[in-house]
Design a protein around this ligand. Structure first.
Ligand SMILES: Cc1cc2nc3c(=O)[nH]c(=O)nc-3n(C[C@H](O)[C@H](O)[C@H](O)COP(=O)(O)O)c2cc1C
Length: 166
């Protein structure tokens, strides 16, 4: 146990923090939800992680500035589409603005109605169980009700760049 008090440390600079977090390689997902009128919404997110095995829980962190957040807060279900190594265009598409992100993108409603993108590496359908505010993001936690996957390599995000395995 530390006997000395921890000295006041200088605040972590934002760009430095981003660079450090970028040293943690992640996959890329498109988190999806339907709004009250049934319209599909989706957002590129690499903050996805599994949380618990029993019950099966996952989370996605959503920026307070993201317009899609209101739909995650209200929607009873959300989807997570894990992208394969050749799908970086989908990642860019669902992070951009000024167009309908789903136009020309093949998808179908899953068992829970959430948008499932065609030919992604894996999909999860979740019931929203909690939304926790943490700093400038909301942590959206869901219980996995259905999941599927196929063989293939993942799209990887590392050091603010897309990578492929191998
Ligand atoms: C590789 C990558 C990963 C991202 N991960 C996240 C994330 O985990 N959470 C988040 O809120 N935004 C993330 N973003 C940014 C969002 O995709 C983008 O701000 C969002 O789609 C804007 O949504 P809106 O149109 O609903 O405002 C990421 C963007 C990229 C390119």
């Amino acid at each position: 146990m530390l006997s000395e008090p921890v000295p006041a440390l200088p605040k972590i600079e934002k760009q430095h923090f981003r660079r450090i977090c970028g040293k943690f390689a992640s996959g890329i997902t498109i988190a999806t939800v339907r709004d009250a009128d049934g319209a599909p919404h989706g957002m590129t997110a690499n903050s996805f992680t599994s949380v618990s095995l029993t019950p099966p829980l996952v989370l996605v962190c959503v920026d307070h500035r993201a317009r899609i957040l209101e739909h995650f807060r209200i929607g009873e279900h959300f989807g997570v589409n894990i992208l394969g190594g050749t799908q970086r265009q989908l990642s860019d598409r669902f992070a951009g603005s000024g167009y309908d992100r789903f136009e020309g993108v093949p998808w179908h409603p899953g068992h829970t109605g959430v948008p499932i993108l065609t030919d992604v590496l894996a999909t999860l359908e979740c019931a929203r169980v909690n939304v926790v505010t943490a700093g400038d993001h909301d942590i959206v936690i869901g219980e996995v009700l259905h999941a599927d996957c196929q063989d293939g390599d993942p799209l990887v995000f590392y050091g603010s760049e897309y990578r492929c395995l191998g």
